[in-house]
Design a protein around this ligand. Structure first.
Ligand code: SF4
Ligand code: SF4
Length: 376
C-alpha cells in the first residue's frame, strides 16, 4: 500500500509553503542532500497564465525549489514544452518572477539518451537530465485530457520525451489508446520519480489539457512517492472506475492490480468534475481500423473565428494532415490518426473534436444495446 497525502490548499504562501515542506519531508526528504542533482519537472505545456490552470502554478514550483535549496542540493527546473519558447512560458506563467532570488537553473531539456523501457517499445529517447538525476520531483497539474481522459502524475513524465519526438510517439502508439497508455506507464516505471506533487488547487476540467479546458477551483494538493498511487487517489476522488482511465487500466494490465492508496488526510468526493468526451480510438477487426478511424472517431475541427493561422498545429501534426492555407483550416481526415496533438497545443483554443455523422449513429445505437458502454 502506498501512502498519498491529500491537503486542502491555496496558493497563498503562508498556507502553501509549510504544506509543501511538510509533504516533501513526509515523502522522504532525507533523500535530498548536499550536491544531489534534483530535477524538478513541472507541467510547462505552453505559454499560459496561472489563471488558465494549464501549467503547474509558479508558487508550487517556488516552494519546492526553496525546499530543495534548504537541503543544500542543486535544483534544475526543466521540461520540454509542446509549444512556445521556454522563456515565454516562464514569463507568462509568472515563474521568472516567482523564482527571483532563488539560485536555481531553469531551462528546457537539452539532450536525449536511449533508455530501455521494456517491450514492446524497447529503447526510447528520454531527456538525459531526467535519466541522470539523483532525485526527480514530479510537479504535475490536475487536468483533463482529450485523449487520455486525465493527465496527472504519470502522464506528466511524458514531458521528458523531448520536443518533436512526442508527436512521433503519438504517431507510433497514439492510434491505439491502450498502447499509448502502456508507453506512458512504462516511462513512469522507468523514471520512478520519488516525489510526486499534483497541483489540484486550480484544476482544469472539460476539454483539457490546453485552452479548451475550463479552470475549476478544487483546492487540493495531492502527493506521494508513487505516481500511480497519486493518480489512483484522484480517480477515486472523481468517482471514476479505474478500468475507464486508460493509463490506470494499462498499469494494472502491465503489472497486476494497483494497490489501493493509503490516504493521509481527507479525500473529498467530487462527482461533477467535467470530463472530456472520449470515444474508442480503435476497435473492431484490424482490417476495419482505417475505416473506423476515418468514419467513426471524433475528428479535429477548426473554429475560423478563433484561429490566427499561427501554424503550431500543422507543425506538430505527426501525420501531415493539416493544410496550412486559409481559415478555417482544412484537415485530411484520411491521414489524420486522431492523436489530438493539434487540439492540445493550439494557443487560441480554436480546435476541438466533433462527432462524425456515422459516429453519432453508431454511438446512439450502441447506447441502446449497451446502456453503460466503455468510455475508452
Ligand atoms: S488552429 Fe490554433 S494552432 Fe492551428 S493555426 Fe489556428 S490558431 Fe494556430
Ligand atoms: S490533424 Fe490533429 S488529430 Fe489529426 S493527426 Fe494531425 S495532430 Fe493528430
Amino acid at each position: 500500500m502506498s501512502r498519498v497525502f491529500v491537503r486542502q490548499a491555496t496558493y497563498e504562501s503562508r498556507v502553501l509553503r509549510p504544506m509543501i515542506f511538510e509533504m516533501m519531508e513526509a515523502m522522504g526528504g532525507a533523500e535530498i542532500h548536499k550536491n544531489s542533482r534534483v530535477l524538478i519537472k513541472p507541467n510547462l505545456l505552453s505559454p499560459a497564465t496561472p489563471q488558465q490552470a494549464i501549467l503547474t502554478h509558479p508558487a508550487v514550483i517556488r516552494f519546492v525549489v526553496e525546499y530543495v535549496l534548504e537541503k543544500g542540493a542543486q535544483p534544475l527546473i526543466a521540461d520540454s514544452p509542446a509549444i512556445g519558447s521556454f522563456e515565454t512560458i516562464l514569463r507568462r506563467n509568472g515563474i521568472l518572477d516567482a523564482l527571483r532570488g532563488c539560485d536555481c537553473e531553469c531551462r528546457p531539456f537539452q539532450n536525449s539518451v536511449g533508455v530501455d523501457v521494456g517491450e514492446p517499445f524497447g529503447a526510447i529517447d528520454i531527456a538525459e537530465e531526467a535519466v541522470r538525476a539523483d532525485v526527480i520531483v514530479n510537479l504535475a497539474k490536475l487536468k483533463t485530457h482529450s485523449q487520455m481522459l486525465l493527465t496527472l502524475a504519470v502522464k506528466n513524465l511524458f514531458g521528458c520525451i523531448i520536443g518533436y519526438r512526442k508527436p512521433e510517439w503519438h504517431m507510433r502508439a497514439g492510434v491505439d489508446r491502450q498502447m499509448f497508455a502502456r508507453l506512458l506507464v512504462q516511462i513512469g516505471r522507468t523514471l520512478k520519480p520519488s516525489f510526486n506533487l499534483l497541483d489540484g488547487i486550480l484544476a482544469l476540467e472539460g476539454d483539457g489539457p490546453g485552452r479548451g479546458g475550463i479552470p475549476r477551483q478544487v483546492g487540493l494538493l495531492v502527493a506521494g512517492r508513487d505516481p500511480f498511487a497519486v493518480d489512483l487517489a484522484v480517480c477515486r476522488m472523481l468517482g471514476l472506475d479505474q478500468e475507464k482511465v486508460p493509463l490506470l487500466k494499462a498499469a494494472a494490465e502491465n503489472n497486476g492490480p494497483l494497490p489501493e492508496p493509503e490516504i493521509d488526510g481527507t479525500l473529498p468526493a467530487i462527482r461533477d468534475f467535467r470530463l472530456p468526451c472520449l470515444t474508442p480510438l480503435i476497435y473492431g477487426p484490424r482490417f476495419l481500423h482505417a475505416f473506423v478511424r476515418r468514419q467513426l472517431l471524433r475528428r479535429p475541427v477548426c473554429d475560423g473565428g478563433l484561429c490566427r493561422l499561427c501554424g503550431e498545429c500543422w507543425k506538430i501534426c505527426p501525420a501531415g494532415a493539416i493544410t496550412p492555407e486559409d481559415k478555417p483550416l482544412w484537415f485530411d481526415y484520411n491521414r489524420c490518426i486522431r492523436c489530438y496533438c493539434c487540439i492540445e497545443i493550439c494557443p487560441f483554443g480554436a480546435l476541438r473534436t466533433a462527432e462524425t455523422l456515422a459516429g453519432r449513429i453508431v454511438r446512439r445505437a450502441a447506447a441502446m444495446i449497451l446502456p453503460s458502454g466503455p468510455v475508452g
